[in-house]
Ligand binder design. Sequence first.
Ligand code: DGT
Ligand code: CA
Ligand code: CA
Ligand code: ZN
Length: 586
Amino acid sequence: MTNADVARVFAEIADLLEIQGGDSFRVSSYRRVSRAIDDLVRDISAVEAAGELEQIPGVGHSSAEKIRELLTTGHVAIREQLAREVPISLLELLRIPGLGPKKAAVLWKERGITSLADLKQAIRTGALANLKGFAQKTIDHMREGLEFLERTAGRTRLGDAWPIAHAVREAVLAMPGVSRAEHAGSLRRGCETIGDLDLLCAAEDGPEVVQRFTQMKGVTRVLAAGDTKGSVLMRVDNDRDIQIDLRVVPADSFGAAWQYFTGSKAHNVRLRELAVRRGWTLNEYALADAKTNKVIAARDEEEIYRALELPCFPPELREDRFEFELGRVPEDLLAPEHIRGELHCHTTASDGRESIEQMAAAAKARGYAYLCITDHSVSSVIANGLSVERLVQHVEAVRRAAKKVKGLALWVGAEVDVRADGSLDYPDDVLAQLDFVVASLHVGLSQDAEANTRRTLAAIRNPYVNLIAHPTGRLINRRDAAPLDVAAVAREAARTGTALEINANYLRLDLKDMHAREARACGALLCINCDAHDGASFDQMRFGVMTARRAGLRSSDVLNTRSAEEVADFVRRKRAAAAGASRRSS
Ligand code: DGT
Ligand code: CA
Ligand code: CA
Ligand code: ZN
């Protein structure tokens, strides 16, 4: 059972319990356990084996028992019992935006609805008429929600949502009377997928702004249009929509609203607790004195955090994962301007879309000091991987191009496949001619954590391998991360002077945030690359940097914040250490 499986079971218990009308404290305690396991870097079975379940935040004695029961038997008694009392298919209904466990309970108990199909049917036949708590407007919302589900099929990847969010913000900013517009919600926090987009604006005339918002180009449906809030659907690609919520707030409480709607919910709950402890209230309007209602802070986010004697956490850290224990936010928390080059990209020599010269020009245009061209090796047949002969010619071509570009150190390397037995696709004497070597497990990543880890460790131990690319091989919304002992890999990477990648491509974001944090804690250096196949893809660096910030990484934790000379040194040191070791042993 993977961590995600265990987390899912606990989330389901919380939902089923809430549908049943269970105690809200118990419900939220199951939710908390689910979230903690989802965030957990170590494999839950390993934590259990080490007898350390109760060290997971939110996991007490009785939750630990249940996790153990689940891991050993594949079942938890409470989940089985709930499944006998509450139809399991009701969980599907909760995927409809705005339909929570309480409404699901009424639909079930009063109308016998237990699935999406039942609900669709009931709406169509008018069977929900006169149902307590379900006005026509609510029913309309549910119908739209059902259609929405059919069209969106879940969450949108950060990189797909990004351009839409920015276009909408520009459009709102251009509306008359709008003095400010900002992103909030999961997009601002740099989450890898987005449920819906949240946009905030300051304006005098709310209804007018909302009306213009609902009439924007690209809107496929208007879900709500009130005085201060509008909600619409917009096309993401050909057959999918994303929901966008706009809230209009007065300028003098913009900070409170921005803080509130940025979230995360868990972060806000913690923050509100801290406020209450001081005899204050905190909501989307203000931080205020509970007795006198006197406003303590509302205009800026900074004021609110300062009043609570907390650092103004960057949005990426607001997840209630570790920020409240941080004390202060590191001054050198990684920022986009720290990145000085990239060490993993492709050209037309393998499966890239642009030439060596075009890639170099694009990197230079971003202000990079260096770029390493790393085309695929021979095993990557679909990616037109280079045979040794072709590689030799390619190396010469890059060296010739390098002489012509000024102001950019242009290097040549390779993205070398790691074979099933852990050996590499090129022999060492070929690798020795390259400036920087990236190793990838493109094929054969399995469900066997031990095999994946063994292969990765073998690659790390090669003296010429400088970076392990996209270590868990996941494709967001398409393929789960392969199980990997990230800590063991990171420790070996640290020992040998090998970097681990945060692949910034929004389809990957691999290592993911909490894995990167764990890798750093084990001493490994990270390296963020777009794995660009054309010059425009260097734009994706922002997603990699946001992921690194969510991990709390500092600029010194990332290889490609260093100068060209320091990166070359990083490569030299590993080769020299290996040469020294083999001299000593012979
Ligand atoms: P998403 O849309 O699922 O990717 O995630 P968010 O974080 O964007 O969530 P969303 O759109 O439901 O709400 C935006 C923010 O509004 C959320 O991060 C925190 C705030 N918020 C919404 N509902 C609540 C609530 O019930 N309590 C608190 N404290 N904050 C809330
Ligand atoms: Ca959202
Ligand atoms: Ca929202
Ligand atoms: Zn690549």
